[in-house]
Design a protein around this ligand. Structure first.
Ligand SMILES: *Cc1c(COP(=O)(O)O)cnc(C)c1O
Length: 849
């Protein structure tokens, strides 16, 4: 049949359970096991076959079954309780936001969050890994906190790929066409004045002269809305219909078009749906083109390009996630010309001025060539930027230091908010119930409250151990079933299939390792000394077993080779049944593993793990983290809540680093983790181990909750940007205009400024003595009040900045007291100064004497 369209007809639900449909279309259920049970109970097999998708389950089960449960008192009781919880959640008035962040909702218009990928649930595979989980979790906590918040993303109808291993353990990829009509998304409708249902919402984006139509879908995540863009509509050409087919597929040409659709289409979608926003959050450089459309709007409203740019950037936050320079998308100018060719005209500017805002010189084929960098553009188009952990903030300041030449690395204006994870999405039901016995009734609303979590220490050893056992047995069953399916598909012998039934020992110390198989994550580090590993795994008193899972990007052959190596090791006699690798790592596999294992392992090559979040999810569930001191773990590790791998340092020689880390990993397993796990006290319990488990739960749940993370974003960035943007736009963009003009004037004059400085420095001075520093400035016509001339003193890591005072005629001077003893280095520099700058380094103009 030639399908011209599809329509879903949901069953007519019996009145007693009529709200199952409404609930199915709100991803509130994705972090609420009690709500999920209402659907899994209808038909467990259907529920599992269709990736725990409530909409699909309702479609499949049939009227008879629905009528049956509608007359089942036990079911109805659960139904009423779950819906009462849902209503209480949706109608809550005293949310965190209503008491803490009113400015965002009242004076402002809320936050618009743009991300290329979102992981909300396994039935909606529009994510590849940690970045997506982070974005999905961010939305869920924005909902929990009651923030005025809208997310924008793409509805990839073939999603990311499904991973299947062949019988040699090589990763294959399949792409299934999602049937959107069976997913918990709905076509968005244009809002209407009179409240009637509007037409299906569409916007269009012009790329290379083609008008590409995007259909808008709505995904409801608790209280917040997500708008998803989809180019697969009949009006588009065959090629254009495929633009939103796959996440991270194709070449640079496809990517740049997807970024244009996300950024430009996303802003148009917000406007079409009449959703206001006063703060815009770019989650990774993919979203940077949102600035183009927002500047275009301002230019169309009569502003010049510079004013428009100031106004747009004032309201924008950029979060970078990439700790490797090469991981940032950057385009050669010929490619950029093809896709952005008509933008300078639309923005009333020149190609040179626009490209300069994104310029990064690359060393491509041994030639230095300029490129259009998405991350540079994002940095220039925002007035606040952050990395995703303390260490990653530092690494990012180093990577982008070249944009702020003359600034010390620590002065680069990129801060950090350490990532978190959405506790309830990953917390196993037995733990939720157990925590509920000691925590206050409203604990799920105060997840970031450190003090509150202390009560978990009161949970008796036996209860804590029992809850873990339930989870672990479930995880082992899940692993066995998954491996069995894989073996059957690959035509394995009956004996091998049967052997899958006995994989892993639920009584043995079980370590999980699952993540994207990017090579820097060193998935095979464990196998550096296989003889030693064999002794650890096969220790008769203290056996250790490992479960691996993870996808490599389809184009990443070294990553796929890692998967194959683990697969092969898992087939060797010494490791059979004790090292297992699961296929198709997704949110479902992730949940089973973080909930069921005893320890979570992570051994990236420091400092390349920007944050990592899977270890947080494991710790939420009492599986302490065992990891390289990178990303979040440098901050999270407190000596009692898990174990480090290696030291807090980097190495010049990667081989040496791998050896050192592998050695540390084995030794900690042998000397610390296994002995503690298997120690028994007089009561037959393992109190020492459970103390570590408690410490992990109590310390990691609040500090690395997504709720803490989103609150940090609100306080550190959203609220200040909201204020800033209102100020800049006051009086018809008066400040934006004067700031834009001022910057242009400064940039024009800057090449002509000059600075000479001197200091009378004796070889040594006593603490408290003063040193006089003076400078002679040629200001090239820039007024004194627009310049900051300062002495910079470095003592070790400390930087002391003392402004010089103008004496007239370009002469500046100051006496600098030297309070503390030590070796000081002196310098004098100057930079433009203006009260409305987000910081002194905003222009990246710094001149040293
Ligand atoms: C949490 C999660 C990740 C992130 O893993 P890290 O190792 O912390 O980067 C990736 N994929 C899935 C499915 C996850 O749930």
């Amino acid at each position: 049949m030639n399908v011209i369209g599809k329509v879903t007809v949901l069953p007519r639900l019996p009145a007693a359970i009529s709200r199952l449909e409404e609930l199915a279309y709100n991803l509130y259920w994705s972090w609420t096991p009690r709500a999920q049970e209402l659907y899994s109970f209808l038909d467990e097999a259907v529920w599992k076959r269709f990736q725990h998708n409530p909409v699909r389950t309702l479609l499949e089960v049939g009227d008879a079954r629905l009528t049956e449960v509608a007359a089942d008192p036990a079911y109805l009781e659960k139904y009423r309780a779950a819906l009462a919880d849902f209503d209480a959640y949706m109608n809550k008035k005293d949310t965190w936001a209503s008491t803490h962040a009113t400015e965002l909702g009242e004076a402002g218009k809320g936050v618009a969050y743009f991300s290329m990928e979102y992981a909300y649930h396994e039935c909606l595979p529009i994510y590849s890994g940690g970045l997506g989980v982070l974005a999905g979790d961010h939305c869920k906590s924005a909902s929990d906190l009651g923030l005025p918040f809208t997310a924008v993303g793409m509805l990839f109808r073939q999603g990311y790929f499904t991973q299947l291993f062949n019988k040699d353990g090589w990763q294959g990829e399949t792409y299934d066409e999602l049937d959107l009509t069976t997913l918990p998304v709905r076509p968005a409708k244009f809002p209407t004045e009179d409240g009637t249902v509007g037409d299906e919402a569409r916007v269009s984006v012009r790329i290379m002269g083609r008008e590409i139509i995007l259909r808008l879908w709505t995904l409801q995540v608790g209280r917040i809305r997500v708008l998803l863009l989809d180019s697969n509509v009949a009006e588009n050409s065959e090629d254009d219909r495929k633009l939103t087919a796959r996440l991270y597929g194709g070449n640079q040409e496809l990517r740049i078009q997807q970024y244009l659709l996300l950024g430009i289409g996303g802003v148009k979608a917000l406007r079409a749906m009449k959703i206001g926003s006063s703060v815009y959050h770019m989650n990774e450089g993919h979203a940077a083109f949102m600035a183009l459309e927002r500047i275009r709007e301002q230019v169309a409203a009569g502003h010049d390009f510079r004013t428009a740019t100031e106004a747009v950037a004032a309201a924008t936050l950029f979060t970078t996630h990439t700790p490797v320079p090469a991981g940032n998308d950057a385009y050669a100018y010929d490619l950029t010309d093809r896709y952005l060719g008509d933008w300078p005209t639309q923005l009333s500017t020149t190609r040179a001025e626009l490209y300069e805002l994104a310029r990064q010189d690359q060393n491509w084929d041994n030639q230095v060539v300029p490129s259009f960098s998405m991350s540079v553009f994002a940095l220039r188009m925002s007035r606040a930027a952050n990395g995703v952990s303390k260490l990653h903030g530092e690494v990012s300041r180093g990577i982008w230091n070249f944009l702020y030449q003359g600034a010390e690395p620590e002065e680069v204006p990129i801060g950090h908010v350490t990532n978190g994870a959405h506790n309830l999405t990953f917390l196993a039901q037995p733990y939720r119930e157990l925590f509920g016995t000691v925590l206050p009734a409203d604990w799920t609303e105060r997840l970031e409250d450190r003090e509150m979590w202390e009560a978990v220490r009161q949970i008796p050893d036996a209860d804590l151990a029992a809850a873990k056992r339930v989870q672990k047995v479930e995880m082992v069953d899940f692993v066995r079933e998954s491996v069995k399916t894989q073996l059957e598909r690959n035509g394995a012998s009956a004996a091998d299939v049967a052997a899958a039934e006995t994989l892993l020992d639920p009584g043995a110390l079980t370590i999980g390792f699952a993540r994207r198989f990017a090579t820097y994550k060193r998935a095979t580090l464990l196998f550096r000394d296989k003889a030693r590993l064999a002794r650890i795994v096969n220790n008769p008193e203290k056996p250790v077993q490992f479960v691996f899972a993870g996808k490599a990007h389809p184009a990443d052959n070294p990553g796929k080779a890692f998967i194959q190596e683990i697969f092969r090791v898992s087939q060797e006699p010494e490791f059979r049944g004790k090292i297992v690798i699961l296929e198709n790592y997704d949110m479902n596999v992730a949940r089973h593993l973080v909930q069921g294992v005893d320890v979570w392992m992570n051994n990236p090559r420091r400092p390349l793990e920007a944050s990592g979040t899977s270890g947080m999810k494991a710790s939420f569930n009492g599986a302490p983290n065992f990891s390289v001191l990178d990303g979040w773990w440098v901050e999270g590790y407190d000596t009692r809540n898990g174990w480090p791998i290696g030291d807090e340092r980097e190495y010049a020689d990667l081989n040496v680093q791998d050896d050192a880390d592998a050695f540390s990993l084995y030794r900690t397993l042998e000397d610390a983790i296994a002995p503690l796990y298997y120690a028994q006290d007089a009561e037959g319990q393992n109190h020492g181990w459970l103390e570590t488990v408690r410490q992990a739960i109590v310390t990691v749940n609040p500090e690395f909750s997504m709720q803490r993370q989103v609150i940090d974003y609100v306080q550190k960035y959203y609220l200040p940007l909201n204020t800033r943007s209102q100020k800049v736009q006051e009086g018809g963009d008066a400040l934006a205009k004067s700031l834009g003009d001022w910057k242009a004037w400064i940039r024009q004059q800057w090449p002509f400024v000059g600075l000479q400085a001197s200091a009378q420095l004796p070889a040594s001075v006593q603490p408290g003595e003063q040193v006089t520093v003076s400078a002679q400035v040629n200001s090239a016509g820039i007024s004194d009040s627009d310049l900051r001339v300062e002495a910079v003193l470095k003592r070790g890591e400390h930087i002391i900045r003392v402004p010089l005072v103008s004496q007239g005629q370009g002469r500046y001077e100051v006496s600098v007291p030297l309070q503390d003893s030590g070796l000081y280095s002196f310098g004098v520099r100057m930079m433009p100064e203006h009260a409305a700058l987000s910081n002194e380094f905003e222009l990246g103009l710094i001149k040293w004497a």
